[in-house]
Design a protein around this ligand. Structure first.
Ligand SMILES: NC(=O)c1ccc[n+]([C@@H]2O[C@H](COP(=O)([O-])OP(=O)(O)OC[C@H]3O[C@@H](n4cnc5c(N)ncnc54)[C@H](O)[C@@H]3O)[C@@H](O)[C@H]2O)c1
Length: 363
């Protein structure tokens, strides 16, 4: 097995993380496709998770990313109450130069060869137009455009779910889910962030934003003149009187540098993998900051793509995404009764759901 290093094999079969059920390495020489499809768990149903198209530094890095992302999807899907396990695929290479119709069709054939054990969707580097092509080779592709029978952009419901998670956090900390009059900082006003700002402004919150893209900030300020902007995230998280911090850009927003200086009492945002390393959840709890676990509150997107398999219905999905409010409160209640941070409580609930699904009465 040349090129697959021992540490990756260790990760794959590591028992403390439950291991992975199946990992498929795919190659199509004609189109240059090299991909990994990682299925972490099908305990709750077919594995569901997007396809990342990225120029990885090495094949090991790609494999490792696929394994970690697939595992994360198991937890997210379990917590969202979906009848789906966790999986993820990565295509190695620069999407700007390597992506072609031929390659996407070849990839679709590999997805199809798994017979529905893995259902794909968009992720970094893949878009609805790409899923339309993949879907020509397999019925197990979601995140397609509405004109192809898909649900389109998932950021609308992702933002709605984050908003519900934020209301639940406010209810938990202040006894009232209302956000009117609260000061909320949104870092990253891209696809999800700018929809979130609208919910917050509509409710009467004071919103402060930041983004490395001037254009993204401009779009928000033009639509909502009452919103203010600060130069960067470092300034945002130190803002005096900040009630809520919503990381909506990249992962790793909560680390040893940011947590000690956070002025907000609540962290609730859309970004994946906000905790930079294990232990940060405890640092937040020690500072009395309520953290709404990222994969719990940002599940609106996966709720949407899962629905696409059954014929997409926006209102049905919105009702499911609204339940993120109750789920978030449930996690806070478990965290309190078990004396652990919410991130730990969420992991435990997701693990229990997956373990219960393996019991004989569930077939
Ligand atoms: N789109 C979805 O449905 C969805 C679902 C679940 C999770 N997420 C996660 O939510 C986050 C945002 O997703 P998106 O779809 O809105 O992506 P996006 O690329 O549209 O938006 C991200 C924004 O963050 C900005 N940004 C990047 N680095 C920054 C920095 N250092 N400081 C401030 N701003 C910065 C970018 O300029 C961009 O405007 C990502 O972490 C993504 O994985 C998205």
């Amino acid at each position: 097995m040349t090129g697959v290093s021992a540490p990756v094999l260790h990760t794959l079969f590591r028992s403390d993380q439950g291991g992975h059920e199946q990992v498929v390495l795919c190659q199509d020489r004609a189109s240059g496709l090299k991909a990994v499809i990682a299925i972490h768990s099908t305990a709750l149903g077919p594995a569901l998770g997007g396809t990342r198209f990225h120029p990885y530094a090495s094949e090991e890095a790609a494999l490792s990313d696929a394994l970690n992302l697939a595992r994360g999807m198991s937890y997210k899907n379990a917590m969202a109450g979906l009848r789906h396990g966790g999986g993820k695929a990565v295509i190695m290479g620069d999407p700007r130069t390597l992506k072609s119709e031929e390659l996407l069709l070849a990839y679709g054939r590999f997805v199809d060869s798994l017979g529905g054990r893995y259902v794909t969707a968009c992720d970094v580097g893949t878009y609805v137009a790409d899923m339309d092509v993949v879907a020509r080779a397999t019925r197990w592709a979601t995140g397609r455009s509405p004109s192809s029978g898909g649900a389109g952009d998932s950021s609308v419901l992702t933002a709605y779910g984050v908003y519900q998670g934020m209301r639940a956090s406010a209810r938990q900390l202040w006894g009232d889910p209302g956000l009117a009059g609260r000061t909320i900082g949104v870092a990253g006003v891209g696809k999800v962030g700018h929809h979130l700002v609208k919910h917050l402004v509509d409710e009467g919150a004071r919103v402060i934003v930041t983004d490395v893209s001037e254009e993204s900030v401009r779009r928000v300020l033009d639509r909502h003149p009452e919103v203010t902007a600060v130069p960067d995230t470092a300034a945002l998280i130190r803002t005096e009187g900040l009630d809520v911090y919503a990381p909506c850009a990249l992962g790793g927003a909560l680390d040893d540098h940011s947590v000690p200086v956070l002025t907000a009492a609540i962290v609730c945002g859309a970004a994946n993998n906000q905790l930079a390393h294990p232990g940060v959840e405890k640092d937040l709890a020690d500072r009395g900051i309520l953290y709404a676990p990222d994969y719990v509150v940002n599940a609106g997107g996966v709720i949407q793509v899962a629905d696409e398999l059954h014929g997409f219905d926006f209102d049905r999905c919105k009702a499911k995404a609204a339940r993120i409010y109750e789920t978030t409160l449930e996690i806070f209640a478990h965290a309190n009764s078990e004396g652990v941070p919410p991130a730990v409580a969420a992991d435990r609930i997701a693990e229990r759901r997956m373990a219960d699904a393996h019991r004989p009465e569930h077939g």
